[in-house]
Ligand binder design. Structure first.
Ligand code: PLP
Length: 495
């Protein structure tokens, strides 16, 4: 049998041409043909494969051969098998996006605390395979989006929407959503607000862009010495110069804010420092607020993953200490999906109109239907249920990560694990770049701590890996962990 059309259009919904022309066993040939079909997109993620019996009959090979090939492709992460839903093509890990220009520029300046040449060396070698495992931070498990519950909310919201919802709306966002958020943020995050102080936006980055447009952040703004380069670059292109604030295990050293000249605002991640992972110490929270009060300044609180806490008491929002000085910014980027582009700002009363001026009359709005859906999702309890479910899932993964490292790489310390969707693996000095290269060779995408370091930071650079354990779909998490362990620098052997 050289070549066969799989005659399973009824099952696949499409014809599938598999060529079993390779030399060697039929199992290996079938696996090769299926991998190729997945790779070139003929078998899209989620496609259900034919049962063993029909594929075996179509190809003229033994049923067990098909069963073995499927099982092996499941183990490799190409396919998934679930009771009742058959064997399907696995969701494919997206290749890492091209490095954006601003990040390339930062890297060329040696932002990771490495000389420029050394930073270039961090890139994967040309021969590195395309990533098959994804442990990049910043993404929730995309396969866990609560499609059914979201659809139910969308349906209810659409039916209940008043006619005016389909006309030009209010730049503050739908009142239904602002009401739902005011309740939710008060009980879940300790935010002090009413709907009138909330402005809906399309996410944290959008909030930052809008705030930059108010000139409130100029001329200089303090940021944590480790953070997202994308946010720094966004501020930079709006004419806001960022000044790094040193960090330790208790978060940013906010008592240093008073010494910074010309700084009118500070951007902090108090619930879970991004990316190093500790909560901001209560005294430092108080120091940040005292600084803002004493210097007519503002604190921007980025609560990017505040819902996800595991074994420590919830840390409420700093905004609760002074709603007139602290702007609380959040989004569904981690709790639901970054693709929804839905976020919120809780503003001091006196800044609402200024922000709305920056937002403008028409353009920068999020779809009213998505806003209404989120309002229903929150009010019907769907959001809470989803967050609780994901908290259990991510906690399990976090535990698995910690246990695997304890067993296979006990010399590596893991930090930042009591909350959030990522952990930091602290590496021996000077080993970050080689660990990243080793990861690329294992087909594993992830970031090093150096990628997050402010180019002007003066503290000693930290070597570490930022592991986004929420990112892979359930079935490929064990494979991603195994690849991670293979990429870690070995411990010292006692002689
Ligand atoms: C530090 C930090 N802040 C905020 C966000 C949320 O960003 P957005 O709402 O623009 O998706 C993220 C998401 O990755 C993040 O990592």
């Amino acid at each position: 049998m050289a070549d066969s059309w799989v005659n399973s259009a009824a099952i696949l919904g499409t014809d599938l041409h598999l060529e079993l022309t390779r030399a060697g066993s039929r199992r290996a040939a079938l696996m090769g043909a299926l991998r190729e079909a997945v790779r070139d997109g003929r078998l899209a993620p989620g496609t259900r494969l034919p049962p063993y019996r029909s594929l075996a009959a179509d190809l003229g090979i033994a049923r067990n051969t098909v069963a073995d090939a499927y099982a092996e492709l499941v183990a490799e992460g190409w396919l998934t098998a679930r009771q009742g839903s058959g064997t399907r093509v696995a969701p494919r890990p997206a290749p890492p996006p091209p490095v954006p220009a601003h990040r390339r520029r930062t890297a060329d300046r040696g932002s990771g605390g490495h000389p420029a040449g050394a930073t270039r060396g961090r890139r994967a070698p040309r021969t590195a395979p395309r990533p098959v495992h994804d442990l990049r931070q910043g993404r929730p498990d995309a396969t866990a989006f609560p499609r059914t519950a979201w659809l139910a909310s969308a349906r209810r919201a659409l039916i209940a929407a008043p006619h005016e919802a389909f006309g030009p709306g209010d730049p503050r966002g739908r009142p239904e959503l602002r009401r739902a958020l005011a309740d939710y943020l008060a009980h879940a995050r300790g935010v002090r607000t009413d709907p009138g102080r909330i402005v809906v936006c399309s996410g944290f980055a959008h909030a930052l862009r809008l705030l930059s447009g108010t000139r409130l952040l100029r001329p200089r703004m303090a940021v944590e010495s480790y953070g997202l380069a994308f946010h720094r670059s966004l501020l930079g292109s709006a004419g806001v110069r960022t000044v790094p604030l040193p960090l330790d295990a208790d978060g940013a050293l906010t008592d240093r804010l008073t010494a910074l000249d010309g700084v009118r605002a500070a951007l902090l991640t108090p619930a879970h420092q991004f990316p190093t992972g500790g909560p901001l110490h209560p005294e430092r929270r108080a120091a940040a607020v005292a600084w803002a009060r004493g210097n007519d300044a503002l604190v921007l609180e980025d609560d990017y993953d505040g819902e996800f806490r595991y074994d420590r008491r919830p840390v409420g929002a700093v905004q609760g200490l002074d709603p007139e000085r602290v702007l609380y910014l959040g989004s569904v980027g981690k709790s639901l999906s970054p693709a929804l582009r839905l976020g919120w700002m809780v503003l001091p009363d006196h800044l609402v109109d200024r922000l709305l001026d920056a937002k403008g009359e028409r353009e920068e709005w999020t779809s009213a239907l998505d806003q209404l859906t989120l309002a229903d999702f929150i009010e019907s309890g769907g959001y809470d249920r989803h967050v609780r479910r994901m908290r259990r899932r991510y906690r399990r993964r976090r535990d698995e990560l910690v246990a695997t490292l304890a067993e296979r790489a006990p010399h590596i310390r893991v930090s930042g694990i009591s909350a959030g969707l990522h952990a930091v693996l602290e590496l021996p000095p000077g080993t970050e770049r080689s660990a990243l290269r080793a990861a690329a060779c294992q087909g594993l995408a992830l970031d090093g701590l150096g990628d997050y370091r402010h180019p002007d930071a003066t503290t000693r650079p930290l070597d570490g890996l930022v592991v986004g354990y929420a990112t892979p779909p359930e079935h490929s998490f064990p494979g991603a962990l195994a690849a991670l362990c293979r990429a870690l620098p070995p411990g010292r052997t006692s002689s």
